[in-house]
Ligand binder design. Structure first.
Ligand code: COA
Length: 214
C-alpha cells in the first residue's frame, strides 16, 4: 500500500504523543500527575505554601482549592491531560527516588511560524539546592526540541528571584532583556527577565548539556 504523506504528519504530530510520556534525567523522573498523586502533591503544596505562593499567580478564590479538594485535583489532572493531547501545554510532576518533589511545565505552546513555549518550575524546599530543577529543565528542553519539534523555549523570572535566575546561570541560558509588568505574581503585575534558547543553540550545546546533566 502506498504511504499517504498527510497521514505520516498525522501520526507524528506532537498532539498524538502518548499522554503518559515519562521523561528521565540522571536523578529525576518527569511524568504527568495522576489522581493517586493527590496526597503527596497536597502535602508538599501545604508545607511549601509560603515558599511558593510569593512566586506564583494568585489562586482564583471562587474556584475550589485543589490542595484541599480531591475532585479539584482530579479535574486539574484531566485538564492537563487534555492540554497534552491538544498539544497546547505539557505539565509534569518531578519525582526524586520515587517521591513527588515539584513540577516542571511547558506552557503556552504556539505552533505555526513561532513554534515556541514557556517553561515554568518549582521544587519542594526540602529538595532545594540539589540542582534537581536545572536537571529537569534540561530533560524538558530535550523533549521540547527533539520530540515536539519546537524552535524556541522561554523562561521568565521576576528579577529579585535570585534562586531561579541561578538556575538559568547554571544552564547558561541566554538573557534577552526585561519585560515590564509582564505577569501577575501574587497579585502584582511584575516585571520579568526573559531568558530563551532556540533549537540552533540546543543543537550546538546538547551534547555538553547531556553530559553534564542527563
Ligand atoms: C527556583 C527553584 C525552582 C530552584 O530549584 P533548585 O532545584 O533548588 O535549583 P538549584 O539547586 O540549582 O538552586 C538554585 C539556587 O537556589 C539557592 N538555594 C539552594 N537551596 C536553597 C534553600 N534551601 N533555600 C533557599 N535558597 C536555596 C542557591 O543559591 C542555589 O544556587 P547554588 O546551587 O549555586 O547554591 C526553587 O528555588 C523554587 O522552587 N523556588 C520557589 C518557587 C520559584 O521561585 N519558582 C520559579 C519561578 S520563575
Amino acid at each position: 500500500m502506498t504511504e499517504n504523506p498527510s497521514m505520516r504528519h498525522f501520526d507524528t504530530h506532537p498532539a498524538r504523543m502518548p499522554a503518559n510520556t515519562r521523561l528521565y534525567g540522571r536523578r529525576v523522573l518527569l511524568r504527568p500527575l495522576v489522581p493517586p498523586d493527590f496526597e503527596a502533591w497536597s502535602e508538599v503544596r501545604h508545607r511549601n505554601h509560603d515558599w511558593l505562593t510569593v512566586w506564583e499567580p494568585q489562586r482564583l478564590a471562587h474556584l475550589p482549592d485543589p490542595t484541599y479538594v480531591r475532585d479539584a485535583f482530579v479535574s486539574r489532572c484531566s485538564q492537563r491531560d487534555r492540554e497534552r493531547q491538544n498539544g497546547v501545554a505539557y505539565a509534569y510532576g518531578l519525582f526524586v527516588d520515587g517521591d513527588f518533589a515539584g513540577e516542571v511545565n511547558l506552557n503556552t505552546v504556539h505552533r505555526g511560524a513561532f513554534m515556541s513555549a514557556t517553561i515554568g518550575y518549582w521544587i519542594d524546599e526540602l529538595h532545594a539546592g540539589c540542582s534537581y530543577i536545572p536537571e529537569g529543565v534540561v530533560v524538558l528542553m530535550r523533549h521540547s526540541f527533539e520530540d515536539l519539534g519546537l524552535h524556541r523555549l522561554e523562561i521568565c523570572i521576576v528579577p529579585r528571584n535570585h534562586n531561579s535566575r541561578r538556575v538559568m546561570d547554571k544552564l547558561a541560558i541566554r538573557e534577552e532583556g526585561v519585560s515590564l509588568r509582564f505577569l501577575e505574581i501574587d497579585g502584582v503585575w511584575e516585571d520579568h527577565v526573559r531568558y530563551a534558547i532556540t533549537a540552533e543553540e540546543w543543537e550546538q550545546r546538547r551534547d555538553a548539556l547531556a553530559r553534564q546533566w542527563l
